[in-house]
Design a protein around this ligand. Structure first.
Ligand SMILES: Nc1ncnc2c1ncn2[C@@H]1O[C@H](COP(=O)(O)OP(=O)(O)O)[C@@H](O)[C@H]1O
Ligand SMILES: [Mg+2]
Length: 233
């Protein structure tokens, strides 16, 4: 579904990504891991067209998207839950969900606000509250719901459990497992490898803008220490 080959990129003249290669099969979930500042967010910004790719290839469903503007990439079906959530603070939870709704990809069973409330029952109770009055966990669920309302073919979550209480993190991972079980393709950036080994199919460790290690979730579940040396500071 997504194939990234020898991708390089960065900000201005500052190169951050060096020959990054990884891929996501349709219906697969992968996790990008790595210490802070290694280039994970830069990778997803480049995939989404929010930053230019300098060289290399980004193929999505058989076509190059490397030089498309961000809006066209979103219409092809890449949906991002950005680091820091970026919800509309002064709109209600309900309005946030409706604001981005679009069946851009012609999904057979498009997401509706009601289905988002089924996925996150807690959000329904808060639907008329301004988004900035929601708890951190509710805001994150809202950010995920908002991305789902665009019916993304590939959903990308950048640090979706950052700063959340363990019980809320578990709810978010349970939601990802549920999405994965109905065939949603997912890229998740997260640090909790033991928990994620039950959610994703493969891990890629990003180190200084390169893929330093990759392997199956089974390999990581058997021996979580296998990636420790890339993650400890
Ligand atoms: N807006 C920016 N302008 C310039 N450099 C940036 C910007 N954002 C991030 N960087 C740099 O790019 C590198 C990778 O950052 P980032 O992709 O955010 O890492 P990660 O998401 O893995 O923590 C870091 O060295 C960071 O300082
Ligand atoms: Mg980041």
């Amino acid at each position: 579904m997504l194939e990234v080959r020898n991708l390089s990129g960065g900000y201005g003249k500052g190169q951050v990504l060096f020959d990054m290669s990884f891929s996501v099969e349709a219906g697969q979930a992968i996790c990008l891991l790595g210490r802070n500042g290694m280039g994970k967010t830069t990778t997803v910004r480049t995939l989404m067209g929010l930053l230019p790719s300098w060289s290399g290839e980004i193929n999505f469903e058989g076509a190059s998207i490397a030089s498309l503007p961000a809006a066209r990439i979103a219409r092809r079906g890449l949906g991002l839950v950005p680091e820091g959530r970026q919800i509309f603070p002064n709109l209600t939870a309900h309005e946030n969900l409706i604001a981005t709704a679009a069946n851009r990809t012609g999904a057979a069973r498009p997401w509706t606000v009601d289905r988002i409330y089924e996925l996150f029952p807690g959000l329904h109770a808060r639907r008329t509250s301004a988004a900035n009055l929601l708890s951190g966990g509710e805001q994150q669920m809202l950010a995920i719901g908002r991305a789902l309302m665009t019916n993304p073919r590939l959903l990308i979550l950048d640090e979706a459990t950052e700063g959340l209480a363990p019980v809320i993190r578990d709810q978010i991972w349970a939601c990802l497992s549920q999405l994965r079980s109905v065939g949603q393709s997912i890229i998740v950036i997260d640090k909790h490898i033991k928990r994620l080994a039950a959610v994703v199919d493969a891990f890629y460790v990003v180190e200084k803008g390169r893929i330093a290690w990759s392997g199956s979730a089974d390999a990581v579940a058997r021996d979580p220490g296998i990636v420790d040396r890339y993650l400890s500071v």
